[in-house]
Design a protein around this ligand. Structure first.
Ligand SMILES: NC(=O)c1ccc[n+]([C@@H]2O[C@H](COP(=O)([O-])OP(=O)(O)OC[C@H]3O[C@@H](n4cnc5c(N)ncnc54)[C@H](O)[C@@H]3O)[C@@H](O)[C@H]2O)c1
Length: 330
């Protein structure tokens, strides 16, 4: 298979690395708005360079869209027009109108589009989903999630990111739906800019806390921050009437217990690649299996739209300081 990559920045380079090792991939073609980025990835992974997305799609059997979020929908449309199945990075879009357009484009045709919510391929989250689904936890009563980045993003990134809820916590919104198998019905979100006032310039937050109500009555609490000096800390706890479990809790968890005798973390995660690197390879395996063998789509545009609705509701809730029902937006 010939696989194209549109956008060869941070995540595009990771996808190129995984494609270069994949036995089903005979060639990679890349393109980027900044030619030097495409050249760098092409030289590193032995890829060809196309002059732009349209030229790339003329010769690709499948495409990875890893350009910024504000061009995802137009690139999905272009891929579907060329009948080229796509793996598109999260988030699906920057707003609901564009997300709806993407859902309409994809559902009208038969060109599969998978969205890159990579945590769905993490062994811990998958095990949690299975334990919830087979009743091992009993009735799920409470879910608590944490998402703390180690490296503070720069202003340029934040200016184009869409904000904390759409850019960062959207992973947590998606994985909450994935693990519980339930839909969010209401949210109450808050944000702060403690220690990093400059986030306010972009109407954004450096720390967030969200209470979410699921459609079966379960409560969830998700917290995020853009800077954690100890490391990259992504965890979830699921409490049930029979058992309680933790995802992402282990010797490398960047959280220092102050209880006597408890050792500090060993080599705590400071980047997302050591924590989630394997998920990008598994995500690519699933995408190529879907394209080649018609395997099920592991993350549809409808899933991505559902996560975006939660992010939009949180944005309204934090700004207006009130509980927001998702049906207000959907
Ligand atoms: N799934 C994940 O864990 C994960 C991790 C990081 C980023 N992402 C997502 O991937 C996307 C890209 O993020 P990134 O961190 O790699 O950004 P980045 O800025 O490092 O890379 C984006 C690249 O796209 C190029 N580009 C911009 N507009 C383009 C266009 N119209 N056509 C072709 N190329 C274009 C840029 O020049 C740049 O090289 C974002 O949507 C982000 O949310 C997902």
């Amino acid at each position: 298979m010939i696989v194209g990559i549109i956008g060869t920045g941070r995540i595009g380079a990771i996808h190129a690395s995984n494609l270069s090792r994949h036995p089903a991939v005979s060639a990679i073609i890349v393109t980027d708005a900044i030619h030097a980025h495409a050249e760098h990835v092409a030289a590193t992974y032995g890829a060809d360079i196309a002059s732009g997305p349209a030229e790339l799609l003329e010769s690709a059997d499948a495409v990875v869209i890893s350009a910024p979020a504000d061009v995802h929908v137009e690139l999905i449309e272009l891929a579907v027009d060329h009948s080229v199945p796509a793996l598109c990075e999260k988030p699906l879009a920057m707003n609901l109108a564009d997300a709806d357009r993407a859902v309409a484009i994809v559902s009208q045709g038969d060109v599969p589009v998978q969205i890159g919510f990579n945590r769905r391929f993490d062994p811990g989250y998958r095990q949690a989903r299975d334990l919830v689904a087979d009743g091992s936890l009993g009735m799920v009563t409470l879910v608590v999630g944490q998402h703390h980045d180690f490296e503070l993003p720069d202003e340029e990134y934040i200016a184009r990111s869409g904000g904390e809820f759409r850019d960062q916590l959207i992973h947590d919104f998606d994985i909450l739906r994935f693990v519980t198998g339930r839909e969010v019905v209401r949210v109450h979100a808050a944000g702060a800019t403690r220690a990093f006032d400059w986030f306010a310039k972009f109407d954004d937050y450096a720390q967030t806390a969200v209470t979410l109500w699921l459609d079966d009555g379960t409560l969830a609490v998700l917290c995020g921050s853009r800077y954690d000096p100890v490391g990259y800390d992504v965890r979830m706890e699921v409490f049930g009437t029979k058992d309680s479990i933790a995802i992402g809790l282990g010797p490398r968890t960047p959280l220092r217990s102050v209880e006597p005798g408890v050792p500090p973390p060993v080599d705590p995660y400071t980047e997302w690649i050591p924590r989630f690197g394997g998920t990008y390879a598994s995500e690519m395996d699933a995408f190529l299996a879907m394209v080649r063998n018609g395997e099920p789509n592991e993350c549809t545009v409808e899933d991505a739209r559902a996560a975006l609705v939660i992010a939009e509701a949180c944005t309204v809730s934090a700004r207006e300081g009130r509980v927001v029902a998702l049906e207000e937006l959907a």
